[in-house]
Write a protein that binds this ligand. Structure first.
Ligand code: PEP
Length: 254
């Protein structure tokens, strides 16, 4: 439907600033001209953002953060604000990753607040949704995705949703080596697009990028992103190796 693929690497709590600098310098060379055919971003830890933004300035690779505060500034020890990220040159921010939901208490309500706040400040959120294995096996996948969709995005304006990327990340496929089959992923992506259509209208729903995340690698990226409603990937482990991540991207568009 004319949507441009968007592939983002989520480095999680990996790479010091020096290691990150080395990784992106290599990534720039490895990706080469392919970066012009697809939207690419890397999301290093906060401590590496400044170095990475400096190296990638003027390139076709954008930079994202992995989280942000839902407050503008003030007495919130340990938090990082949207304006601090923007000042470094950060464009995207991951919100509601399952690891934040599981270990740091990010609820749908908090995800909604953070995503809206990010947009109002000028950042583009990547909002993650996804069911656990237990939920899938109990036949609750649709309920869980619907509840997350409504809670995280249900009250967005059209302007806000147009600035948002949605990442479907089945929790059982994250870091486990178990990838959803292209058909399993497509089913959920189609569900998300139909919910987008219901709330925001069919035309707008066709414009929204829905990434798949969960053990995406160079050898499965093409098949996954060949599905009608899969418009890119949020990649964890495989984004930490510059040659492998570049290959994943090149294979997806090839
Ligand atoms: C992720 O953390 O967003 C992710 C999809 O991880 P992995 O690719 O390692 O499964």
């Amino acid at each position: 439907m004319g949507r441009r693929l968007f592939i983002a690497g989520n480095w999680k709590m990996n790479k010091t600033a020096s290691e990150a600098a080395d990784l992106v310098s290599k990534l720039k060379t490895e990706i080469g001209a392919a970066a012009g055919k697809v939207t690419v971003a890397v999301c290093p830890p906060f401590t590496a953002l400044d170095r990475v933004c400096g190296i990638l300035k003027g390139s076709n690779i954008a930079v994202g953060a992995q989280n942000l505060s839902d407050k503008a500034s003030g007495a919130y020890t340990g938090e990082v604000s949207a304006s601090m990220l923007l000042d470094l040159g950060v464009r995207y921010v991951i919100v509601g990753h399952s690891e934040r939901r599981q270990y740091y208490g990010d609820t749908n309500e908090i995800v909604n607040k953070k995503a809206k706040f990010a947009i109002s400040a000028g950042l583009l959120p990547i909002v993650c949704v996804g069911e656990t294995l237990q939920e899938r096996e109990a036949g609750r996948m649709k309920d869980v995705i619907t509840t997350q969709f409504k809670g995280c995005l249900g009250n967005f304006t059209k302007e806000e949703i147009l600035k948002t990327t949605i990442a479907y990340e089945p929790v059982w496929a994250i870091g486990t080596g178990k990838t959803a089959t292209p058909a399993q992923a497509q089913e959920v992506h189609a569900l998300i697009r139909s919910m987008l259509s219901g709330v925001f209208g069919a035309d707008l729903a066709e414009q929204i990028i829905i990434q798949y995340g969960g053990s995406v690698k160079a050898d499965n990226s093409k098949e996954l992103m060949g599905q009608k409603d899969i418009d890119g990937a949020l990649v964890g482990g495989a984004s930490l190796d510059p040659a492998g991540f570049a290959k994943l991207i090149i294979n997806a568009i090839g």
